[in-house]
Design a binder for this molecule. Structure first.
Ligand code: FPP
Length: 259
């Protein structure tokens, strides 16, 4: 993360549309249960919601979308559900990447890949390689990701590469090793499904992110639901530690996402 995109080191640009949206896609299981379907049917429908939200983000001029697809704690789920989710990721990577590429989307997968099937890892690498120059929208899929894991892997690499500076590390030393080091911090965090917690998502990067919680279950989250989140975002006063009075003296905010 460049120091100018760190919300604690400099005041980021703020527009009417969030540049970076981070989402915890919760409620797939309940969506299925309400329809007397197996949980995996909810995950399948969840993939459809991903397609819709990606489209809506492009239409709104969002630059970056980060989706929490599988947390480092999701391995605790029933074996069959974990197996299905792995198959669904594999399917999504095999079937969707060409369409993403045609639409100018850059795909990245963040998280610890070491426990994944080598075929899944190969598909991840190929998808990233194929789409790496695309600029319309970056979609980061967090898979076996945890915010604590991210900070620890960054610290371990930093201490390995700069052992002499141990005990004197600064934010700018650690930031380049974090998974989203080259991306502005999320402006808006959305969690669907009614729970109000961050669940070990982007702990470092959410420092000054606006939080939005909705009862809508993820498979029902569509373009109007995204717009409702953006409307709520537009009402927020993003002070980054300053006072309201200081903010009012500054220039009115403009739409940096569309710039
Ligand atoms: C949480 O709902 C959802 C997940 C852990 C999986 C998310 C996966 C998808 C949306 C589909 C695939 C996505 C990609 C990007 C390939 P839950 O099961 O916890 O729902 P519940 O709280 O109602 O039980």
């Amino acid at each position: 993360m460049a120091i100018e995109s760190s919300s604690t080191q400099a005041i980021p640009e703020v527009g009417d549309t969030p540049r970076h949206v981070a989402i915890i896609m919760d409620g797939n299981g309940r969506w299925a249960k309400r329809r007397f379907l197996p949980r995996i049917a909810g995950h399948k429908q969840g993939l459809e919601a991903v397609r819709n939200v990606v489209r809506a983000c492009i239409d709104c001029g969002v630059q970056c979308l980060t989706l929490f697809a599988f947390s480092s704690e999701n391995w605790r789920r029933p074996k069959d559900e974990v197996k299905f989710l792995m198959q669904l990721f594999m399917y999504a990577l095999e079937e969707e990447v060409s369409r993403l590429h045609q639409n100018g989307i850059r795909l990245r997968i963040i998280g610890d890949r070491s426990p994944f099937d080598p075929k899944l890892v190969r598909l991840m690498v190929e998808a990233e390689e194929k789409t790496k120059l695309n600029q319309i929208l970056t979609v980061n899929i967090a898979a076996n990701y945890g915010g604590r894991w991210d900070i620890l892997q960054a610290l371990n690499r930093l201490s390995h590469e700069q052992p002499d500076k141990a005990g004197r590390y600064e934010e700018s030393d650690l930031a380049p090793y974090l998974s989203l080091h080259d991306t502005p911090e999320p402006d808006l965090f959305i969690r669907t499904g009614g729970e109000k917690r961050v669940s070990n998502f982007l702990l470092w990067q959410l420092a000054y992110t606006e939080l939005y919680f909705t009862d809508t279950l993820w498979p029902d989250f569509d373009s109007p639901a995204l717009n409702a989140a953006f409307e709520s975002y537009r009402q927020r006063e993003r002070r980054f530690g300053r006072t309201s009075e200081q903010l009012q003296l500054e220039t009115p905010r403009r739409d940096v996402a569309g710039a």
